[in-house]
Design a protein around this ligand. Structure first.
Ligand SMILES: Nc1ncnc2c1ncn2[C@@H]1O[C@H](COP(=O)(O)OP(=O)(O)OP(=O)(O)O)[C@@H](O)[C@H]1O
Length: 507
């Protein structure tokens, strides 16, 4: 009795123009694993091409190269369906979003293929019925393995492509359904417009294909209609024919090895550049953008806790930044060596905090101003000890007041014409700073200066002298942009805003 494959293959034969032509295809994943070894293959248009071969012989690799997912190292593949949107591809490892429902999956892929809402709806209804899939609201992750494969198959069929490339679509499918899938493929190719390339492990079901390609070790052992194949090798099943061809190939390669001492792993790769891959679709098209938005929306809908976390995370980051990093540092430590205080800084409380008397230690008033600005003052007995503390990162700087500081300051202010170099030197506040941190050192400089001017202004006020004389004759007017006393947060805010924008857009 004639099999359907026989009848159909006789009808179509190899006369049809090729829908896919593979010539001299070489592919290796690494120098020791050559997967395709100069493979030639012709898929006639309007037919079903069954690609058969043992596990690991390179079928999936070949199909991936056909759809442009991977590149050949040499040789070329010509595909008549010029663009990817003319191809329906069902990969072996299913590329479905687990958290989407069947309907959402179809909507997403339908939009990617540029279909309208109505077209997607109609086609989804037809395919779900045909492939005996459960309700469209079922979530993919809750489907069985076979059902998932059928959803993937439905996706490949969704846009009614010119060329259908199916990597083992009938695995885990009920035999009745499998028969109806084959019938559907035969109907699709019946008018000669559509072409199907299919791989399967069920060799006998491939009898229904118009052409069979038997693949082994990266080459095609035969490419014929099932009827010719059986006839030529005088076999009753395709399995027997495949066994016969495999034995011949093994004998040939043993003889080749003996004759030529040929090492198969160093198989010569022809120096011929592969053709450019399939023309990519316009990635900025409206339908693709809509598809991506839909995909994100579905994902968010199904992952509300993660979504909330992702939304709240930047807010938390921002809050932590503003409270921990964005503010000016407080409580910075400064060392003090004060030789005009015989009993140390604790004696400052016994001196008046106002007045125009230069015979009391005025350094206490200045130091109090620094304390008011949140600085922590640590007293040291000697300058060497204080400088050592700076080196050991215990304090950010040292303020040094010589003995007679206040009297010298009085002389400097009241009788500047009589002031000696010694007087001028003693009336200085000497400061040594740790400048390794630019931000902290500049902040310290600013505060020490402004607090000194404040202190001097209060002395001038108490003495009844013009307060303006206490300041240097440079007036910093209001800043045009920003603040006259900028905080660290002002500098870092743009970086944080950019980070948040990037974070949300990336999501
Ligand atoms: N990304 C990869 N990197 C390295 N080696 C790979 C990669 N993909 C496949 N291979 C190797 O290439 C060979 C062919 O794999 P391929 O998946 O094409 O075979 P197959 O005929 O489709 O097998 P099966 O029928 O089991 O799916 C295998 O030995 C495999 O280990």
């Amino acid at each position: 009795m004639e099999s359907p494959g026989m009848a159909l293959s006789d009808k179509y034969g190899g006369d049809n123009p090729p829908a896919i032509m593979v010539r001299g295809a070489y592919k290796r994943y690494n120098p020791y694993s050559v997967v395709l070894r100069g493979l030639n293959m012709t898929v006639p248009e309007g037919t079903i091409y069954g690609l058969l071969g043992p596990s690991g012989c390179g079928k999936t690799t070949l199909l991936s190269c056909m759809v442009g997912r991977c590149q050949l190292d040499a040789g070329d593949i010509q595909v008549k369906a010029r663009t990817k949107s003319n191809i329906g591809y069902m990969p072996q490892e299913l590329a479905l979003y687990q958290e989407f429902s069947i309907k959402e999956t179809m909507t997403y892929y339908g939009r990617l293929f540029g279909m309208s809402h109505k077209q997607i709806e109609t086609r989804t209804y037809e395919l779900l019925k045909f492939l005996e899939l459960p309700n469209e609201n079922n979530i993919v992750s809750r489907l069985s393995g076979g059902q998932e494969r059928r959803v993937s198959f439905a996706v490949a069929l969704l846009h009614d492509p010119q060329l259908l490339i199916l990597d083992e679509p009938t695995v885990g499918v009920d035999p009745v359904l499998s028969a109806s899938i084959w019938q559907h493929l035969l109907d699709m190719t019946a008018n000669g417009n559509k072409t199907v390339v299919i791989t399967t492990h069920y060799i006998e079901e491939a009898r229904q294909a118009h052409t069979i390609g038997l693949m082994r070790d990266g080459t095609l052992l035969a490419e014929e209609s099932p009827s010719q194949l059986l006839l030529k090798h005088n076999c009753s099943t395709l399995e027997q024919a495949f066994l016969e061809l495999s034995k011949r190939q093994t004998r040939r390669s043993v003889m080749d090895k003996e004759d030529e001492n040929c090492n198969i792993e160093t198989y010569p790769v022809p120096n011929k550049k592969p053709l450019a891959p399939l023309k990519p679709d316009n990635i900025c098209s409206k339908s693709r953008i809509v598809a991506q938005l839909l995909k994100n929306f579905y994902w968010m809908k199904r992952n509300i806790p993660i979504m909330c976390f992702l939304m709240i995370l930047p807010v938390v980051q921002c809050y932590l930044f503003c409270t921990c990093i964005g503010r000016d540092p407080q409580g910075l430590k400064l060392g003090v060596v004060n030789e005009e205080l015989k009993n140390g800084m604790s004696s400052c409380s016994s001196y008046p905090s106002s007045g125009c008397n230069f015979s009391v230690p005025l350094s206490c008033r200045y130091l109090q101003n620094l304390k008011d600005k949140s600085y922590k003052l640590i007293e040291y007995d000697s300058l060497d000890e204080a400088k050592f503390a700076v080196k050991k990162n215990k304090v950010w700087g040292v303020l040094y007041f010589e003995e007679g500081y206040s009297e010298s300051l009085g002389e400097r202010i009241k009788m500047p014409e009589n002031a000696t170099d010694r007087t001028l030197s003693i009336s200085d506040v000497n400061i040594w700073q740790d400048m390794s941190n630019q931000y902290v050192s500049n902040l310290l400089r600013r505060d020490m200066l402004s607090r000194y001017v404040m202190f001097l202004e209060s002395v001038f006020r108490d003495c009844g002298w013009p307060v303006a004389l206490a300041d240097i004759p440079i007036k910093l007017e209001d800043a045009i942009y920003g603040d006259n006393n900028p905080s660290f947060g002002h500098f870092t805010a743009p970086a944080i805003i950019s980070l948040l924008v990037y974070f949300y857009i990336k999501k």
